[in-house]
Design a protein around this ligand. Sequence first.
Ligand SMILES: Cc1cc2nc3c(=O)[nH]c(=O)nc-3n(C[C@H](O)[C@H](O)[C@H](O)COP(=O)(O)OP(=O)(O)OC[C@H]3O[C@@H](n4cnc5c(N)ncnc54)[C@H](O)[C@@H]3O)c2cc1C
Ligand code: FES
Length: 277
Amino acid sequence: MLLTENNLMRVTEIKRATRESPRVKEFFFHDEPCSKGRPGQFVMIWLPGFDEIPMSLSSTHPNGLVSVAVAKVGEATELFHKKREGDLVGVRGPLGNSFQLERGNVLLIGGGTGIAPLAFLAEELAGLKTGITFLMGAKTKEELLFLSRIKRLSTNTKFRVFTSTEDGSFGHKGVVTELAEEILEKEEFDTIYACGKELMLLKIFRLAQKHRTPLQVSLERLMRCAIGLCGSCVIGKYRVCVDGPVFTDRQLKEVESEFGRFRRSLDGSKVPLQSLR
Ligand SMILES: Cc1cc2nc3c(=O)[nH]c(=O)nc-3n(C[C@H](O)[C@H](O)[C@H](O)COP(=O)(O)OP(=O)(O)OC[C@H]3O[C@@H](n4cnc5c(N)ncnc54)[C@H](O)[C@@H]3O)c2cc1C
Ligand code: FES
């Protein structure tokens, strides 16, 4: 069990809430420990009287402000979306490990809200003058998160962004893994970073294996304690909350029988991945 300072709940006020897409709002709040968080790390947000849910850090700022990008998918996130400036939430974090920053020529692949932690990562990598190719995918143009924030990076670094939408409203018509497949056939990368639905990550894992390119992915699992106790986030020999959420291709290989196939339900039993989505 990892019981550290970061795991003590702090109460904080929502400073700002901005709509990022029809389904996603970005919430800003002050929290000193979280403002030292790294890309890939997550926080547990307590919605008083209701539930505590995991959210990746979307941005951190030197003045102690941090943000999370929240997609409305169920009861807790619907309640979150109703929060306004001045409302209180509880926060624990930053939790888990983070992406390792690599130099050279890197490929970032984000789907849906998976774009949020990768936007944060891209900003950090841009500071190292890493060459970045960012592939972003969503169902529609309006659901492509942080497009202008990401495009701003092209001013000071070797940076390219390609988009895909399932309805063809912006960029490639199709899914982001098709863009990935295409670019990996033509170019070599030193590292691939990916975040999104697990079935998308499984496809990226197979592509990375085929092209012998090191991979780091951020996994989402059901989380309750976030300190390695309850077991609800288990994948093979790992607990995503403390051993992850970022895993390398080598670690994913070790849990290949579960990755993209099974996860744990609320009662701890192993269930097919699709049954929870
Ligand atoms: C490390 C990590 C980082 C995440 N980052 C983000 C993020 O940046 N933005 C974002 O919008 N979402 C993120 N999520 C997912 C988010 O936690 C869930 O969407 C949220 O908990 C759903 O709560 P709900 O009651 O609204 O929906 P529910 O009705 O409970 O469930 C809707 C879906 O969310 C999944 N889910 C439910 N509870 C949890 C939980 N405690 N942990 C993980 N998944 C759950 C369910 O399997 C289901 O598929 C992250 C999850 C993890 C584990
Ligand atoms: S969330 Fe409880 S062990 Fe990971």
